[in-house]
Design a protein. Structure first.
Ligand code: CTP
Ligand code: MG
Length: 227
């Protein structure tokens, strides 16, 4: 089974507030992107990698991949204005004979082989997609613009979903071929077309780096690992 990974790294990182795009913000002295890139490269599940780069950063991405010895990286393409558009650009570089496409946020550096296995395995069991999810610990309410609570959601049914998200390649291609620009994630596009997407166990360490505090937290986890 041929598994391709699309690494979405084209965001600006406005909430992180660094001068460079978030994918090139420093994590333990290396570009943030290096961590997920190296992990996908090392995974026996992944055959080829497409990186979606911040516009103008396609070449630095290739140089980084070479420096890290990431021979699975076959393309670096410029992303779009939204994550959906970036993913569409990345999926466009995936070979026609790929069976599975994984989509992963470079902003989640700590991708593991265990979670890759969890999102890939269901795809040979009749599922169109599989995504990691964590239980929601707080009570979640739908709130109107004026602050009034409209509804309290049943917490037992809620999951906070992460990446890597895995899909049958043909299903994802069709899903991103439509109006993908505003999609919150890839699974939502597949769901909207009636696809069956399974939520598997996520990983708290797949935290998405959004703020400087998140970056510091991921750094402390990595420091703990190597201590
Ligand atoms: N992403 C992308 N193309 C975009 C926007 C986001 O490839 N136009 C990617 C980011 O690089 C990131 C992932 O999607 O890996 C999740 O996005 P987010 O955490 O929001 O990152 P940014 O958009 O870079 O951050 P911010 O929203 O703070 O600007
Ligand atoms: Mg964003």
């Amino acid at each position: 089974m041929s598994v391709w990974a699309v690494l979405a790294a084209a965001g600006r990182g406005e909430r992180l507030g660094t001068e460079r795009p978030k994918a090139f913000a420093a994590l333990r002295g290396r570009p943030l992107l290096a961590e997920s890139l190296e992990r996908l490269e090392a995974s026996g599940w992944v055959e080829s990698i497409v990186v979606v780069a911040p516009p103008g950063w396609e070449e630095p991405v290739i140089l980084l991949a070479e420096e890290l010895g990431c021979g699975k990286v076959v393309a670096s393409v410029a992303g779009g204005d939204t994550r959906g558009e970036s993913v569409r650009a990345g999926v466009g570089e995936v070979d026609d004979d790929a069976a599975v496409i994984l989509v992963h946020d470079a902003a989640r550096p700590l991708v593991s082989d265990e979670v890759l296995e969890r999102v890939i395995t269901p795809l040979s069991q009749g599922w169109d997609g599989a995504v990691p999810g964590l239980p929601v610990v707080d009570t979640v309410k739908r709130v109107a613009a004026d602050g009034a609570i409209v509804e309290t959601l049943a917490r037992g049914e809620l999951k906070a979903v992460q990446t890597p998200q895995g899909f049958v390649a043909s299903v994802l291609r069709e899903a991103v071929g439509g109006d993908a620009a505003a999609a919150p994630d890839c699974a939502s596009l597949v769901e909207a077309r009636g696809g069956r997407v399974l939520v598997v166990d996520g990983d708290p360490r797949l935290l998405k780096v959004t703020t400087a505090e998140d970056l510091a937290l991921v750094e402390s986890w990595l420091a703990g690992d190597s201590a």
